[in-house]
Design a protein. Structure first.
Length: 372
């Protein structure tokens, strides 16, 4: 009796992201890259001591990976260097979201995913050069890529994609309400979304310009336990103002509903910051503004980082450098329904053409697998 031919051994990829439990835009981005890798026939594992599958599904709206496996985090449990090297040797691909620590990897191919353009994370002294000799760097945006290049690190850019729920949206069918929406994690460090300044400006406009008395402000985003003091400060600023709503840790379906209803989207990250001195404090990517554009929200974003390249001022949205400039442009669009319709249509079309899954997948395959 002939022996039955054995099935080819499946290849393996693994991720270590020390920020994984934040489940922010960067995590969504790297998990999207792994989704493409899985489609190429790889089994996917993540170094983490807790199964976050349900949290990932709740936050991002879909099971990005069909057979996601969580394995003991050898980078967080004082495992020996030998143990780490021995485990990594089993993987064909290793993805690491850097927090400034570097280590030798014995995986066949290795990638460092760069989310934050903070110089201190990329100190390439002799030891770190040796540790990263067999890694390739991936940047999440052209802004991050350019900053890394200034620090003598070459990288390839993989921009994110938006899911079908964004790409397939028919903007002209959405009924917009007088809502200003801002989406981003509630925290005050690094590239803060500056919710405090958003609330204060909204309150100022409401009090000084009666034509905006019917507008509402909604702030939505993730909230971790260590950031609750900041969130409590925001609640005190809001006080009894019923026109301002804070929505922490809402589900994906709830977020989509907010995008559908909101006419305006504000994004203040980087306001008051010199990006040449502190590039880590401005928006180095900007997924939520892109999501808002896909749903026909008229975006107002601080002119810095990647967003100043992605948004065409007065065509697909508005860029501003001061709050005074934002107010002036806000008045311009509110009194011009024809311009509103044009910008909403332009923005949605821009996102659909440049941030669909096929464009993203082609780029991932090219960079990870060196295919044309």
């Amino acid at each position: 009796m002939k022996n039955r031919p054995s099935l080819p051994k499946r290849k393996k990829a693994v991720l270590f992201d020390p920020y994984l439990d934040i489940l922010g835009g960067g995590e969504k981005h790297i998990l999207s890259i792994l989704k493409v890798v899985e489609e190429q026939g790889f089994d996917i594992s993540i170094f983490w001591d807790k199964d976050l599958s349900q949290q990932i599904k709740n936050r991002f709206g879909t099971n990005y990976l069909k057979k996601l496996k969580f394995i003991p985090n050898v980078f967080g449990n004082n495992s020996s260097q030998f143990t780490k090297l021995n485990i990594l040797r089993c993987f064909d691909l290793f993805f690491y979201v850097t927090d400034g620590s570097y280590f030798i990897s014995t995986a066949k191919k290795n990638f460092i995913f760069s989310m934050y353009p903070k110089k201190e994370l990329y100190e390439m002294n002799l030891i770190n050069k040796i540790k990263t000799a067999n890694y390739k760097f991936i940047s999440n945006s052209n802004f991050t890529k350019n900053k890394l290049f200034q620090w003598r690190i070459n990288s390839n850019v993989i921009l994110p994609y938006l899911g079908e729920e964004f790409i397939d949206t028919k903007v002209e069918t959405l009924k917009k309400e007088k809502i200003i929406l801002s989406v981003g994690r509630f925290f005050s460090q690094l590239h803060s979304k500056q919710q405090e300044n958003i609330i204060k400006l909204f309150t100022f406009i409401k009090h000084h310009y009666p034509m905006f008395k019917d507008f509402k402000l909604i702030l939505a985003g993730g909230l971790k336990d260590e950031d609750k003091s900041y969130f409590d400060r925001l609640k005190k600023i809001v006080g009894n103002d019923s026109s301002v709503s804070l929505k922490p840790n809402i589900g994906f379906d709830q977020l989509l509903d907010l995008y559908k209803k909101s006419l305006i989207f504000w994004h203040f990250t980087g306001l008051g910051v010199d990006e040449n001195i502190h590039p880590e404090l401005v928006e180095h990517l900007g997924i939520t503004p892109l999501e808002a554009m896909a749903y026909g929200c008229i975006v107002f974003c601080f002119k810095a980082g990647e967003l100043k390249e992605l948004i065409s001022d007065s065509k697909t949205g508005f860029l501003f450098q001061t709050e005074k400039e934002l107010i002036a442009k806000f008045f311009k669009i509110i009194n011009d329904p024809i311009l509103q319709k044009k910008i909403r249509s332009n923005a949605s079309l821009f996102v659909k053409r440049n941030f669909n899954y096929e464009v993203f997948k082609k780029n991932v395959i090219k960079i990870i697998f060196n295919n044309p």
